[in-house]
Design a protein around this ligand. Structure first.
Ligand code: ATP
Ligand code: MG
Length: 309
């Protein structure tokens, strides 16, 4: 597709995030339905063009566990990214609508995310960097796919700087300024799976242990992802540093209460949430876990499930 903004008709808004908003659109020349992500980028034209070039890699990402990419273009002052539309939306929206998600479905989600992460890393050396329920999408055919992965270093920089969220899926080592690795995504997956299985985010938004965050002064710059740091916006880093100390200092969350979920599900989540990244497995290794074998063999009908809401 040679996408141009004039050829895209807005149908409805799908949601808003930190970086911008997502709309369901129709590509009028072809009748194709797409999701258009509009990202407001406060950057020089040269940087914006660089982001577009970097996004081009997404044309080569083909996996049934990854959202298809249709193209990206500049539409001053935004960057628009057009992708496959998933008619059942993201898993955060789904559990907020139907409540805690059946552990068998959560197993299928784990399988899909691990397959997607393994594909991205093995084939393209891409680390996702933003695994969370809002970036795991579902459609009425019962397909589960991941989106919003970090293909563009420049885009990561531009958005990291405007981040103002509270809930965090960030691993302890990342909070302390270490390099991003595929294992950081595994931590984020573990947090996401608990959230889906319990029907709520596993950390309280105002954890008591937020006082000793001065330990992390200066370590949480965008430069820690191995990229040149963007000039900080006033107070933005300070906000990001807020409410993350507990993730480093407290024991990792677990699938609780004990006995409510299958033992191998508990064990899988525990291995995702090992605080020491050296002890934590990679997505590829975790594909061999017994709970994932079970998910692969399961005859649970995801299509029928997706059509219950
Ligand atoms: P954040 O900005 O913190 O990453 P987010 O992932 O919710 O949060 P966006 O990526 O802007 O923010 O997405 C906003 C919402 O749009 C998502 O929560 C999701 O429900 C919806 N959405 C995103 N992409 C698609 C898509 N391809 N098909 C259908 N819905 C989508
Ligand atoms: Mg998203």
């Amino acid at each position: 597709y040679d996408l141009r903004n004039e050829d895209l008709k807005d149908l409805r808004e799908l949601g808003q995030g930190n970086g911008g908003s997502v709309k369901k659109v129709e590509h009028t020349p072809t009748g194709m339905i797409m999701a258009k992500k509009i990202v407001l980028i406060d950057a020089k034209p040269s940087v914006r063009k660089q982001i577009l070039r970097e996004l081009h890699i997404m044309h080569d990402c083909h996996s049934k566990y990854i959202i298809s990419f249709y193209g990206a273009f500049l539409s001053d002052p935004n960057i628009c990214i057009c992708m496959e539309y998933m008619d059942k939306g993201s898993l955060d929206g789904i559990y907020k609508k139907i409540g805690a998600i059946d552990i068998e479905v959560v197993g299928k989600v784990a399988l899909a995310v691990l397959e997607g992460l393994t594909y991205l890393y093995d084939v393209h050396r891409i680390i996702h960097r933003d695994i969370k329920p809002s970036n795991i999408l579902c459609n009425s055919q019962g397909h589960i796919k991941i989106c919003d992965f970090g293909v563009s270093g420049e885009l990561i920089n531009s958005i990291a700087d405007t981040f103002v969220g509270t809930s965090t899926y960030m691993s302890p080592e990342r909070i302390q300024g270490a390099q991003y690795t595929v294992k950081s995504d595994v931590w984020s997956l573990g947090i996401s799976l608990i959230e889906l299985a319990l029907g709520r985010f596993p950390f309280s938004e105002s954890d008591p242990d937020d006082s000793d965050l001065s330990d992390f002064e200066g370590t949480l710059s965008p430069g820690t992802v191995g990229l040149p740091p963007a000039p900080p916006k006033k107070d933005s880093k300070k906000d990001r540093r807020k409410s993350k100390g507990h993730i480093v200092n407290e024991p990792a969350p677990r699938l609780t209460p004990e006995g409510r979920f299958p033992k191998n599900a508990e064990d899988f989540v525990d291995s995702c949430l090992l605080k020491d990244p050296d002890a934590r497995k990679t997505p590829k290794d975790l594909l061999k876990h017994s709970w994932i074998d079970l998910a692969r063999e399961s005859t649970f009908d995801l299509e029928a499930w997706a059509n219950t809401f």
